[in-house]
Design a protein around this ligand. Structure first.
Ligand code: HEC
Length: 138
């Protein structure tokens, strides 16, 4: 994951930023975020029901790959802070997956809370809610 981030940053800096900016559109971004939300909800449900944590293992993978798909968006904008926040969120998702793999419900719940904190950190800075309750990137 680090490697692809670095490659994206280097590509954005040295090749053609405009082309890369077009790679991940705002629509792609919203789709990735919806995938993330779906996986969060499924994982949260599994944790609350303290049942089969394999849904959480799968959810963490979905979250990681959805967030990976938007790495390039921030790299193309040369927003190093956002790239970092996205990486932090992916690392937190990996930690959720690891806790779930160990079948530790309490640890998985804690890791999930930490993950939610990383979502909020980025939303506070980069997400704007419009009057119709939809969002846009800022
Ligand atoms: C690096 C920044 C960043 C991270 C990390 C991030 N988000 Fe987002 N998120 C955004 C931005 C920017 C938008 C607004 C996108 C838009 O609507 O154009 C957004 C929008 C959303 C939306 C609304 C999508 C829609 O259009 O209906 C949901 C839901 C969401 N994020 C969930 C999450 C969750 C859950 C996490 C953590 C697992 C997360 N996000 C992590 C930046 C981030």
């Amino acid at each position: 994951m680090r490697k692809s981030t670095i490659i994206a940053v280097i590509a954005a800096a040295f090749i053609a930023p405009a082309v890369h900016a077009a790679d991940v559109t705002e629509a792609d971004y919203q789709k990735a975020m919806k995938d993330v939300l779906g996986a969060m909800q499924a994982s949260g449900k599994a944790i609350r029901e303290a049942g089969d944590l394999s849904a959480v293992v799968a959810g963490a993978k979905t979250i990681d790959s959805a967030l990976a798909s938007i790495d390039g968006f921030w790299a193309a904008r040369k927003d190093a802070e956002a790239v970092k926040m996205n990486a932090a969120s992916r690392a937190a998702a990996a930690a959720v997956g690891k806790a779930a793999e160990s079948k530790d419900v309490a640890a998985t719940g804690e890791a999930m809370k930490a993950l939610q904190g990383t979502c909020k950190a980025c939303h506070d800075v980069h997400r704007e809610q419009l009057p119709d309750k939809t969002y846009k990137i800022k």
